[in-house]
Design a protein around this ligand. Structure first.
Ligand code: ADP
Length: 270
């Protein structure tokens, strides 16, 4: 076994995930990682945050441990717990503890969804201390030098009740993500959806129009992810209109009038 193979973990990303740099975010992230600064990825759903972090984990050759946060996620789910095994209680590290020990990137996706007690854990890890306290074991761990905390956050979803507190947000370098410029987005949709450039550009043009009517009732515009879905359906032989209805219009809203408006936009394109 080579040294490289020995250092592999189940969280290692072996092949380069395709990622198109749109605003120098790769360089910025590299600088933050080198300075051991925690990073916040801000932006709407489906605009490339997860793909970006996978790409960066590959680039920096660091394992990536992702936790999808939800309203029932407690700090203890991140830290770990005692489990009963063959009549014995054994301690099992949670994903955050594992990342802190091995020097991984820990990606807390949609962090505001998690229970408030998670901030107690996040704070000492994201300032000079870089420590994780495991109360149940009476242990305080110093984070591995390569450990990096990354959180994602969608400002569009947030209500006053579910906003990130200043004391938390001011611990992170923040990278803003948005839908890429049309030329870049067409390239991404063509590559990821495996369609020709013209088809990709038509889908991106439609998305631009849909994003424009956002103010009139849609909570969020059509994401790059949905454009790739539409492209994938077209590639499977579904006609343009049907693919757009299924992948772009229907997922966005249940409102009949808005559906009609969206359908009109597609008809204009055909
Ligand atoms: P998010 O985490 O922001 O919800 P994702 O990272 O899952 O979104 O993005 C959805 C999809 O869009 C990805 O799987 C990828 O195919 C594509 N994508 C978006 N932006 C880019 C980009 N800049 N380069 C490559 N692919 C991208």
């Amino acid at each position: 076994m080579t040294l490289d193979e020995a250092s592999k973990t189940p969280y290692t990303i072996d092949t380069e995930p395709f990622y198109l740099d749109t605003d120098n975010e790769i360089r910025m992230f590299e600088a933050a990682a080198a300075a051991r600064l925690p990073v916040m990825l801000k932006g709407p759903t489906g605009c490339g945050k997860t793909r970006f972090i996978e790409h960066m984990a590959f680039r920096l050759k660091r394992p990536l441990i992702t936790v999808a946060c939800h309203e029932d996620l407690f700090a203890s789910d991140l830290i770990g717990r005692y489990l009963l095994k063959d009549d014995e209680t054994v301690w099992v590290d949670g994903p955050l503890t594992r990342a802190v020990r091995m020097g991984a990137i820990c990606y807390l996706d949609e962090v505001v969804e998690a229970r408030k007690d998670t901030t107690v854990v996040v704070h000492p890890l994201t300032d000079n201390r870089r420590t994780l306290s495991i109360d149940k074991k009476g242990e305080v761990i110093q984070a591995h030098p390569d450990f990096l905390m990354v959180i994602s956050y969608n400002p569009g979803y947030q209500s006053v009740l579910k906003d990130l507190k200043q004391s938390t947000r001011q611990r992170f370098v923040s990278l803003s993500f948005d839908y890429p410029e049309p030329e870049d987005e067409s390239r991404i949709v063509a590559i990821e959806g495996k369609v020709d450039h013209d088809t990709a550009a038509r889908l991106v043009g439609l998305a631009g129009k849909i994003r424009h009517i956002r103010e009139h009732g849609l909570t969020e515009g059509a994401s790059t992810r949905l454009l790739i879905y539409a492209a994938s359906l077209i590639r499977q032989g579904i006609p343009f209109k049907g693919a757009c209805t299924a992948a772009l219009c229907q997922p966005l809203t249940d409102d009949d009038r808005l559906q009609e408006t969206l359908n009109d936009l597609i008809d204009d394109l055909i």
